[in-house]
Design a protein around this ligand. Structure first.
Ligand SMILES: Nc1ncnc2c1ncn2[C@@H]1O[C@H](COP(=O)(O)OP(=O)(O)OP(=O)(O)O)[C@@H](O)[C@H]1O
Ligand SMILES: [Zn+2]
Ligand SMILES: [Zn+2]
Length: 895
């Protein structure tokens, strides 16, 4: 009864889903512009043929790329994946009439897609200069196979899977079989929860579910289970929903010396896997020569037939060909069966394990175990294709991550999206499940939220990852961005609204793109490699906006939708939630599992860019915001916008001062330039910079002062009159120092207003250039930055060997060697202070016992964003001014 109900209901829902898919495709082809199709991710427009080659076993491969001269050659964000059936069209459109051929996607990267064509491209006459469209086709192969499996399930009476079916549909309780107590693990590194999962899987009679939350070593555990089964002499059929997941298992099993065999279109497999594919193994089998001989005989007979005139002879030959063909078929079947039987583990995608393929050559009861990985991401009906061949099944996955994608809302709501894993847990609870609880991916601060919200607080972080941060990576400097595992950049109240688009699938937010860009800049300038960063957005439109902005500069930066990152991890994840509106609408961000997937991709750093006011209307998202607020750093987007504004103002002020000084230099009658007392310490710093640049003597003077800064030609300098501050021991000291300074600045400002005048005087005149003395007011508490600048004033260019970059305005001081470097060389690891920096970091960690997580305040003086930006702007302005100066007629020099 249960089975019949399930089958009839599922067949109905599958039909509904199939119709929805066809309907959607039809609707799109008829009504939606190609551009819109592309933005939905089902179509790629105006592709060029990059190359055309013959792949393995005679399959022809087409490499398609975006048009090269369009600048950025990155494919728009799309839903194409390996194994998808696609149609190639000429530029007229994606109508059946303009279809050139169909094929299977074998590879897709951000810059190209490779298609294995069904027809040979020689016959197609493809033009390498022409442009083509590629469109995903709804394909019913999968449906047919699922339907067939369901029908077989319905009529199943006796066969290897009878007991399994009985348990999975609740006719009988799951049982167990006794196992030796002293199980010896092949992988001795397994943690306790993994060992328990393995023992449990071995001791269950019909079914075991392995629940593997993100980063808990699910594959590691599944591999051990399979190897143990093989050790016991079991034959295993192992499947997963995606080719990538299957290949991953093949790779790991082969490494452990298991006899594996991979079914599937060889062009769809990873290169390293191809030698384990059925085609490759067959090509090397003993039967191959005989089969080749038979083929030759058939060809010969055909040739002979053409020449023959006698009717009887022809009939005779025809019969012979028929015999040969029969022999060929049996020979081939035997060869395949032999190869399959020799393997201990046969691997395929869920639908690749169907009866129509190579498996038809095996007896139905050949396999003992069926293992299905990523079970929570698969339709239950697709699992039944393989399950019908097993006595026992192991299901692995995480039902707290994204379920299978389903087009029909009705079908989904009626239960089509419920995976077998979920259904079993609903039916039997924990008795059939073991959960892996040690995770090897996330910093504990990233993990805790997911653990509490999704995994009943059961996860622990392995010591190897518990405290790891970006700054611990080789070549990464310790700045605030790389020292915090959680950074919330809140756009609430900053006016960064989402774009007004009605389509739920395509939402964008330019403001958040700006913020993401600034943060990526900060990370990469601190030395984080773009390939270690993921930018994740829930919406395709936002993904495209981000790619347009970032991909040209960082081709290795992966920018994808949440769904595109499932099963992956990155050192740093930057997540933009896009939604920002008055109504607090969050659309499909409301799917908790989607947010869970996005957050748990991150190993060392998670930056969340969002409008907390909008997204907090959703309870689940609110827990994330609360967690990040409590355990991470919080910045408001204002700080980013403000920094840009400040940079602009600084630049204006700088040009103003410079203009004044230049006027002064050109006026022979003036010997002294006085700056108003309203100058603050920041502006005084600019005065110093201008004087530096023009090669002028300048000094700071003030009343009631203990010290002053004197600067001039290098020969004149006897050394800074101020004690050079010892290199601060750590960032905390720097921070405290800064806090103190802030306070003093405020007091100083008051005093200043009464007392000081800043002066610039000409000190003496030579024939070539006037020497001037610029005096700027200074008090006992001279700005710390000003001091440092004074100390390093002599160093005008980056101290890195051969680097000629000017560092007058925007150098960075290395605290270890005390030299000034340009922004490309200031990281200690880059210019050779790496060891000291690491030693210092280690010392700090052991001294404080904890990793230093940053102060939670944006440290403006070391913000690489700010510096780099200002650097660029000033450089270009300076060049302009230089030009103006040169073209201006010089007034004659005097005396
Ligand atoms: N017992 C262990 N000791 C040390 N590292 C482990 C252990 N188990 C797993 N890992 C590490 O954890 C990472 C993820 O493991 P694995 O590849 O098995 O998981 P996965 O199933 O692919 O990912 P997920 O757990 O997210 O589904 C790998 O880098 C692996 O080396
Ligand atoms: Zn250094
Ligand atoms: Zn340099």
């Amino acid at each position: 009864m249960e089975v019949e109900c399930f089958v009839s209901k599922t067949l109905e829902l599958l039909q509904e889903e199939r119709e929805a898919e066809i309907e959607e495709t039809k609707l799109w082809q008829e009504n939606v512009s190609l551009k819109d199709l592309q933005s939905k991710g089902v179509c790629l427009l105006k592709l060029q043929i990059g190359s055309q080659s013959t792949g393995l076993y005679g399959r022809s491969l087409l490499l398609l790329e975006p048009r090269k001269h369009m600048g950025v050659s990155v494919l728009p964000s799309n839903n194409f994946g390996p194994g998808d059936i696609v149609g190639l069209y000429d530029l007229d459109g994606c109508k059946p009439s303009s279809q050139l051929c169909t094929g299977v996607v074998t590879r897709i990267s951000q810059s190209a897609v490779t298609v294995a064509c069904e027809d040979s491209p020689d016959g197609l006459n493809l033009d390498t200069d022409a442009l083509y469209n590629l469109m995903k086709l709804a394909n019913d192969v999968t449906y047919k196979r699922m339907k067939k499996a369901l029908n077989t399930l319905n009529g199943y009476s006796s066969g290897p899977a009878a007991d399994l079916i009985s348990v999975l549909f609740g006719y009988s309780e799951p049982g167990s079989i006794s196992q030796p107590n002293d199980l010896s693990f092949l992988n001795t590194g397994l943690d306790e929860s993994q060992r328990q999962a393995v023992s449990f899987a071995l001791s269950q009679r019909e079914v075991a579910v392995i629940h593997g939350p993100p980063g808990t070593g699910k594959t590691t555990t599944v591999v051990e289970i399979i190897l143990q089964a093989v050790k016991q002499g079991q034959k295993v059929l192992c499947c997963a929903g995606s080719n990538v997941a299957v290949d991953n298992l093949v790779e790991r099993l082969a490494k452990a010396k298991a006899k594996v065999l991979r079914l599937g279109h060889p062009a769809r497999l990873l290169e390293s896997i191809q030698k384990h594919s059925l085609d490759a193994v067959l090509a090397h089998s003993d039967n191959t020569n005989i089969i080749a001989d038979i083929r030759k005989d058939i060809d010969k007979a055909f040739m002979g037939m053409k020449k023959m005139n006698d009717k009887r002879d022809r009939i005779h030959l025809k019969r012979e060909v028929g015999e040969l063909r029969k022999e060929l078929r049996t020979r081939e079947a035997t060869a395949i069966a032999e190869v399959l039987k020799r393997a201990d583990v046969v691997l395929a995608t869920n639908t690749g394990a169907n009866d129509g393929g190579p498996l038809k050559n095996l007896p139905v009861d050949h396999f003992d175990w069926v293992v299905i990985d990523e079970c929570a991401q698969a339709l239950e009906s697709s699992c039944w294709i393989a399950l019908l061949r097993g006595r026992k099944c192991i299901l692995a996955g995480d039902y707290k991550q994204l379920p299978p994608t389903i087009k029909s809302h009705t079908a989904a709501s009626k239960g089509l999206s419920v995976s077998l894993m979920e259904r079993l847990i609903q039916k039997y609870g924990d008795s059939v499940v073991r959960m892996l609880t040690v995770q090897y991916r996330m910093n504990i601060n990233i993990m805790t939220w997911a653990s509490e919200q999704m995994y009943q607080g059961q996860l622990t972080a392995h010591s190897s990852v518990e405290k790891h941060l970006l700054k611990d990576l080789p070549g990464v400097a310790s700045v605030e961005e790389t020292s915090t595992p959680l950074l919330l950049i809140d756009t609430a109240g900053c006016g960064l609204s989402e774009m007004e688009v009605t389509d739920e699938q395509s939402k964008g937010n330019q403001g958040e793109v700006d913020i993401v860009e600034l943060h990526i800049k900060a990370l990469t300038e601190a030395g984080v490699k773009p390939k270690d960063i993921a930018v994740i957005a829930p919406y395709n439109l936002q993904v495209d906006l981000l790619r347009q902005r970032l991909s040209a500069r960082h081709p290795d930066l992966e920018i994808k939708s949440v769904d595109g990152f499932q099963g992956r991890e990155k050192e740093a994840v930057v997540l933009t939630l896009v939604r920002s509106n008055r109504k607090g609408e969050i659309g499909f961000l409301a799917e908790d599992r989607r947010i869970n997937v996005a957050v748990t991709r991150a190993r060392r750093h998670l930056a969340l860019v969002c409008d907390t006011q909008t997204v907090q209307t959703h309870g689940f998202l609110k827990t994330l915001i609360d967690h990040m607020t409590q355990h991470g750093d919080v910045r408001t987007a204002f700080e980013y916008l403000q920094v840009e504004e400040e940079q602009r103002l600084t630049q204006i002020k700088y040009l103003e001062i410079k203009g004044q000084v230049e006027w002064f230099l050109q006026d022979p009658d003036q010997t002294e330039l006085r700056f108003p007392s309203s100058l603050n310490s920041h502006d005084r710093l600019l005065v110093h910079q201008v004087a530096e640049e023009l090669g002028l003597n300048h000094e700071s003077q003030g009343e009631g002062k203990d010290r002053c800064i004197t600067a001039g030609e290098e020969e004149d300098v006897t050394g800074p009159p101020v004690e050079q501050p010892a290199a601060p021991a750590d960032l905390k000291t720097l921070h405290l120092e800064r806090m103190r300074r802030e306070q003093e600045k405020r007091e100083q400002k008051k005093r200043e207003q009464e007392k000081h005048l800043d002066t610039v005087r000409t000190a003496g005149q030579t024939q070539t250039a006037k020497k001037a003395k610029i005096a700027a007011a200074a008090t006992a508490d001279v700005d710390f930055d000003t001091l440092i600048d004074a100390v390093v004033k002599a160093e005008r260019v980056c101290s890195f060997v051969k680097c000629k970059t000017l560092v007058i305005h925007l150098g960075q001081l290395c605290l270890f060697c005390n030299r000034q470097y340009c922004l490309g060389h200031h990281i200690p690891e880059v210019h050779g202070c790496g060891d000291q920096a690491k030693a210092n970091a280690r010392m700090r960690i052991s001294k404080e016992g904890v990793l230093y997580a940053g102060s939670g305040h944006k440290d403006k003086s070391v913000d690489p964003n700010k510096k780099a930006y200002l650097h660029r702007k000033l450089d270009s302005k300076l060049k302009d001014m230089e030009k103006q100066r040169k073209t201006k007629p010089k007034e004659s020099d005097n005396n």
